[in-house]
Each structure stands twice: as C-alpha cells, then as structure tokens.
Design a protein around this ligand. Structure first.
Ligand code: FAD
Length: 288
C-alpha cells in the first residue's frame, strides 16, 4: 500500500523507525524486534540506510521482510550521495521485485564527515533523486526529510524550505521531520511550510531520550535544541538508568500528547530498535 493513501485515509498516522544492526549482529535480532513492534500496529515501519549506503543489502532485506514476513508496510530509506544512476536502478529493480512501494528519498551524509565538495555523485540533492525516481519509476510513493530547526548546511530557514518545496514539486508526497525536543519548533515550521504552499502531510519525528549518554549523540546527529527541562532530567538521572528511562519516556509521551492534541498528521517514532520502548510510548500517549 502506498503511504500517501494511508495519510489520506487516517486522521493520525503512527510510524516507527528501525535501523539495520551492524554485520556482527545476527539479522534475527532485528527481526524479533520488528515482530514485537507489530503489536503496536504501526501504519508503516521505516528502515534507515547507513551513511553512504553502508547498510544497503541489510536495509533491503529488512524492508522486504517487514512486507513479506510481518505483513506491515515498509518505508525504505534511500540516499543518493556518492551514487550513480545505475546503482539506483539496480536497487529500485530489486526492491520493486520485493513488493516495496515506499521510499524515503534522501541525499544522505557521508561516512566519517568527508568534505561534500570532494564527493562525486550523479545526484547533488535529494530533489534530484526524487525527480529521477519519479521520471523513471512512477509507481513508487516517495517521502522526504524536513528540518524543524533548519538543516545544518542551509543558509536560512527560508532557503531550506524553498529547497523542501523543490522535493515536493518533484513528486514527493509526504515529509518526515528530523527529531526535535520542543514542539514549538515543529509548530513554527509547519506554519511556515503551509504558508509556502507545501500541503503534503508532515509526520513529527520523536526520539525518546531513554539513556543519558544518548543525548549528546542525538544532538550531534540532529543539532536539535535541548530545552532546560530536558537537561535537568538528564542531569538528575544521569547515573540511574531505570529512572532515566522512565523520565525519558514520560518526556516523549508529553511531546506526543501535545502534538496529537494539536492535530498533527503523524508521529514518527525513532525506536532505537527497542520494541518495548515503542510499546510503552505508543500505549501511554494514546497513539495505540
Ligand atoms: C527523517 C529522516 C530520516 C533520515 N534517514 C537517513 C538515512 O536513513 N540515512 C542517511 O544517511 N541519512 C538519513 N538522514 C539524514 C540526512 O541524510 C541528512 O540530514 C542529510 O544531510 C540531508 O539529507 P536530505 O535528504 O535532507 O538532503 P537535501 O534535501 O538534499 O538537503 C541537503 C541540504 O542542501 C540544501 N539544498 C537542497 N536542495 C538544494 C538546491 N537545489 N540548491 C541548494 N541547496 C539545496 C538543503 O537546504 C539542505 O541544507 C535522515 C534525516 C531525516 C530527517
């Protein structure tokens, strides 16, 4: 099923994200997590694509199993950095044979933060990938990434949103947001993009801070602003894992409740491959 149809039919779309484990970990481990995630009835499950395509075969395998084995709708992330059109053709051929209909089209980042100027690729931006897929494979439904606190490379919010609009005009049908810890950033973003004439559904990306040491990693990845309230929680429970998990879940649940009260199109939960976390959050927040 196309994810655009899910957004059309449902008032609130709940989705989960998983990432492929490293090669040293058996694939069965993530499959077990996905089987458990099914109990939360997500509308779709997205699978990340390692920086520079590092997890390509596992991403395809996991997304295919989500569809065939667990009968849920997969959203496969696909980045185009340092990628040739032939590589994209091969991947799209393979995933279409596996029944995957939905792709999150990304530019991606390079492994090890290499200088972008030194990278040779057939695609400069995610909008080029959207355009390429739409003109050669019109049967895929495409989503793209959005940044409530502005993409780190963008000159300004205004320019970033102009670039977001290019992705939508090229044929993307929905947006999934970068994680944020303060809902006001998301509401302000939504307000600007709607005024810019972008009318596709936008899911809010929520990542629970369930371990104190995760916070720095999350900030480095997303550059999200951390409100003083969350800093205080992390400081208080830094050495108390159980209490930190409880407080982190509560923080995420409060964010989600406020988002759903404000009528968001969807909530996309970055599960960190923890089904138990997803179960607690989806149930306490009333998503499921
Ligand atoms: C929901 C979500 C999921 C993600 N999943 C993954 C994943 O699985 N694998 C992975 O490697 N990374 C992932 N990322 C990270 C993402 O790849 C990085 O943030 C990357 O730096 C940008 O990718 P993009 O698709 O947003 O790029 P783009 O939309 O191409 O934007 C990149 C930058 O270029 C600018 N820009 C865009 N078009 C133009 C233009 N025509 N002219 C000038 N400037 C332009 C934008 O304003 C922005 O600053 C994800 C991010 C999000 C929010």
């Amino acid at each position: 099923m196309k994810i655009s149809d899910i957004y059309r039919d449902k008032k609130l779309v709940f989705s989960c994200e998983v990432f492929p484990p490293g090669p040293e970990v058996e694939i069965e481990q993530i499959l077990k997590t996905i089987k458990e995630l099914k109990t939360t009835s997500p509308d779709f499950v997205s699978v990340t694509y390692g920086a520079g395509g590092g997890t390509k075969s596992r991403t395809i395998e996991i997304a295919s199993k989500i569809k065939k084995l667990y009968k849920m709708e997969p959203l496969m992330h696909l980045s185009c950095i340092e990628t040739k059109k032939e590589d994209i053709n091969k991947i799209l051929n393979e995933i279409s044979q596996n029944g995957i209909e939905n792709i999150l089209a990304l530019r991606g980042d390079t492994p090890g933060d290499r200088d972008l100027k030194t990278i040779i690729s057939d695609f400069s931006y995610a909008s080029d990938l959207v355009c390429y897929i739409k003109s050669h494979w019109n049967d895929f439904c495409l989503g793209v990434a959005g940044y409530p606190e502005v993409h780190p490379e963008a000159y300004s919010m205004e320019k970033d949103i102009k670039n977001l609009k290019k992705k939508i005009e090229a044929g993307a049908s929905f947006i999934i947001s970068q994680l944020f810890f303060k809902n006001d950033f998301f509401y302000r973003y939504l307000d600007i993009i709607r005024k810019t004439g972008i009318n596709v559904p936008v899911s809010a990306g929520i990542m629970p801070v369930f371990r104190a040491k995760l916070l720095n990693k999350m900030i480095k990845l997303s550059r999200a602003t951390v409100p003083s309230e969350l800093i205080a929680i992390v400081d208080k429970f830094r050495d108390k894992d159980k209490d930190m998990e409880k407080a982190g879940i509560e923080y995420a649940v409060n964010q989600i409740r406020d988002l759903t009260d404000n009528g968001v199109d969807g909530v996309h939960l970055y599960t960190m491959n923890s089904a138990s976390l997803a179960k607690k959050i989806s149930s306490y927040s009333g998503l499921r």
